[in-house]
Ligand binder design. Structure first.
Ligand code: CTP
Length: 224
């Protein structure tokens, strides 16, 4: 299959030296890219600003903002559109939902700032891709992540429905051994029909292998 994987945070700049972001380190997404490449798949990794080395055999595209991620994902998917063995998009990236309404070309002086930051919504990458690939003969398999601080499976099921995904990988980032920056994760696969497949605490590499295997079972391009 062809895999497009996103990883890491986005940065939403308000000037060249300030941005809104989150603590994602990219470990989960890099693990998915590595696992897919090791399993023999073609992989494009769209990486936010992270300090990780590109896994062997993976084509990397760097992105900063949510809009960069969307553009890179759309380009990567367009390049593999008619792949006979199917396409999967695995969105582990912690994409910022909002960005500052304006980005100053030069560093803002505090005397010129009011103390109120006006934000505008970013595009939703999964929803945009879903809408744009609806007419494809072989729709891509769309997989989302839900890092939550409560009710992870219920929230994941909602996101799965609302974004029209094959699966959401749910995790509670407040649990020991799960979430940002660590090498392990405890996740539940939440499928489109509401089925829950909880996995035990395992390394992110092991979770990644399970995600790649699961994408193959969605039918090499069948989509939903
Ligand atoms: N996502 C996306 N585009 C965005 C925000 C998120 O494609 N602008 C993707 C993430 O990569 C993830 C999934 O959507 O795979 C769920 O992300 P999350 O931030 O948990 O969900 P939101 O849609 O932002 O929902 P909410 O703010 O209601 O929790």
């Amino acid at each position: 299959m062809k895999f497009v994987v996103t990883a890491g945070p986005t940065r939403e700049h308000l000037d060249p030296v300030r941005f809104l972001s989150n603590p994602s380190t990219g470990k989960m997404g890099f693990a998915v890219a590595r696992a897919a490449a090791r399993a023999g798949h073609d992989v494009t990794l769209v990486a936010g600003p992270v300090a990780l080395a590109t896994p062997k055999g993976v084509a990397r595209v760097d992105a900063v903002s949510a809009r960069d991620v969307l553009a890179a994902v759309e380009a990567a998917l367009a390049a593999v559109k008619d792949a006979p063995d199917g396409v999967a998009l695995v969105m582990t990236a912690a994409v910022a939902d909002w960005r500052p309404a304006t980005c100053a070309a030069k560093k803002l002086k505090k005397s010129a700032m009011s103390g109120t930051l006006k934000l505008v919504r970013n595009p939703d990458v999964l929803k945009t891709v879903r809408a744009k690939t609806r007419t494809w003969k072989r729709k891509p398999v769309l997989v989302g992540f839900a890092a939550e601080t409560g009710e992870p499976t219920a929230e994941a099921a909602r996101k799965c429905r609302e974004k029209g995904l094959a699966m959401v990988v749910a995790n509670d980032v407040t649990q020991p051994g799960a979430g940002f920056g660590v090498d392990t994760n405890r996740v539940t696969f939440v499928l489109a029909d509401g089925t829950l497949e909880p996995l035990p605490l395992m390394t992110k590499d092991a979770v990644a292998r399970r995600i790649v295997e699961k994408c193959r079972t969605f039918g090499g391009g069948g989509g939903i």
